[in-house]
Design a protein around this ligand. Structure first.
Ligand code: ACO
Length: 374
């Protein structure tokens, strides 16, 4: 018995931007980006909200649209839990999961968000499984009015809206999208065989998006600071810089637009990523007792094709065991693994009974893997 994936789907924004187009913004070229990352184009949400993308991916996973893979179409009342993995939700409140629950009319579902950066979907699936297992065991702490038997787990990001479009070392990497999976507690199928999630200290801030939610306040360390108000007595809408007194620089900085972009030390992240991926894969194999040679498909976080190639080499595995989906989507953070999973199902790579590993790493640092039987 276990938490079994019974549907998955993905959604991308309409606008696709090729590498050559980015060369109009920053000094770069198609050859550099393809060789270093495996990315040729990415999709950018101009008109779509995160909720729009998550909704389209969820509809495909639920069998409400023909775009996904699904074993059985469910009714809205069948869903007991929605977890959205994201760090770029449309609003802080309501949560992305709450907005999705409303859009889809999932009246019975409890809904909340989870931020574990690019590992978010692996964390969310692990939390969903744990809640389902607790519920199946009759644990009274399990939330909601109903036992949790079916969950919608979504990874959705609009990363291009926290991208520094003047920084060529990051802006060529990111894209927007959403992926979703429907999971069901099935007494007759093993489903998830093992999970492993881990945080590792990122002591140099190698991967961060530091200025989120910095609404300015008219106070400094000494108390009320009227100088921080504009001429009309209002707090100017801008990012609060880390200053402790109302000097001119502080006031000037308050006039700047919010700086809410991803910073990344690419080489540090690269090194962390390859180690974290191989450890997570070994851990879920150990925990499940499954042999590496019995794994039919590995669905990794699509951050950089070179990272996947490097990990394959380190594990002594052929590259064709790995689902590669990065070429036309880029790095979509928490959406990356469920979108790649949807691609693997759509391509017929995952069949009933196959052992499959999903593995990811990201800011925090977070990392993890889920090994499941399809
Ligand atoms: N076009 C052309 N040249 C570039 C570009 C670009 N877009 N970006 C950087 N360069 C230059 C650099 O300036 C540098 O030039 P220099 O030698 O004159 O100084 C040169 O290319 C090499 O730069 P490196 O940073 O050493 O390039 P590297 O081979 O390490 O590739 C990359 C960079 C692709 C970012 C790689 O380090 C990487 O993929 N790291 C991991 C990223 C990752 O996995 N992120 C996941 C998490 S993201 C998240 O959680 C939101």
């Amino acid at each position: 018995m276990g938490c079994t994936i019974i549907g998955c789907g993905k959604a991308l924004p309409a606008l696709e931007v090729a590498n050559d187009d980015l060369a109009k913004l920053v000094e770069t070229n198609d050859e550099w980006i393809v060789t270093r990352t495996g990315i040729s184009s990415r999709h950018i949400a101009v008109d779509e909200t995160g909720t729009d993308l998550a909704e389209a991916a969820a509809r495909a996973a639920l069998g409400w649209s023909p775009d996904g893979w699904c074993e059985a179409s469910l009714a809205p009342e069948d869903i007991d839990l929605v977890i959205a993995a994201t760090f770029t939700s449309d609003a802080l409140v309501p949560s992305a999961a709450g907005l999705l629950r409303e859009r889809l009319g999932l009246e019975n579902a409890i809904a909340f968000d989870l931020n574990a950066a690019c590992t978010g979907f692996v964390y969310a699936l692990t939390v969903a499984e744990t809640m389902m297992a607790a519920s199946a065991a009759g644990f009274p702490g399990a939330a909601g009015r109903n036992p949790i038997r079916r969950a919608l787990v979504v990874g959705s990001e609009r990363l291009t809206h926290v991208t520094d479009w003047a920084d060529r070392s990051t802006c060529v990497l990111f894209g927007d999208g959403a992926g979703a999976a429907v999971v069901e507690w099935d007494e007759a199928r093993p489903g998830i065989l093992a999970s492993f999630i881990l945080n590792t200290t990122d002591d140099t801030g190698a991967l961060s998006c530091p200025h989120a939610f910095d609404a300015p306040v008219p106070f400094d360390a000494d108390g009320v600071a009227p100088a921080l108000l504009d001429g009309a007595g209002n707090v100017p809408y801008a990012t609060m810089p880390p200053a402790s007194h109302a000097d001119d620089a502080h006031v000037a900085a308050l006039q700047e637009p919010p700086l809410q972009t991803v910073y990344m030390d690419g080489q540090k992240v690269f090194k962390f990523a390859t180690e974290a991926m191989t450890e997570a894969i070994h851990r879920v194999l150990e925990r499940s007792g499954v042999a590496l040679e019995d794994v039919a498909c590995i669905v990794p976080h699509q951050a950089n094709e070179r990272i996947i190639k490097y990990a394959a080499k380190k594990l002594g595995l052929p590259l064709d065991l790995f689902q590669l989906s990065i070429a036309n989507v880029g790095n979509t953070s928490a959406a990356s693994v469920p979108m790649a999973l949807a691609d693997a199902y759509a391509a017929g790579r995952i069949k009933r009974g196959d052992k499959v590993i999903m593995v990811a790493f990201g800011g925090g640092f977070t990392s993890g893997a889920v090994l499941f039987e399809a």
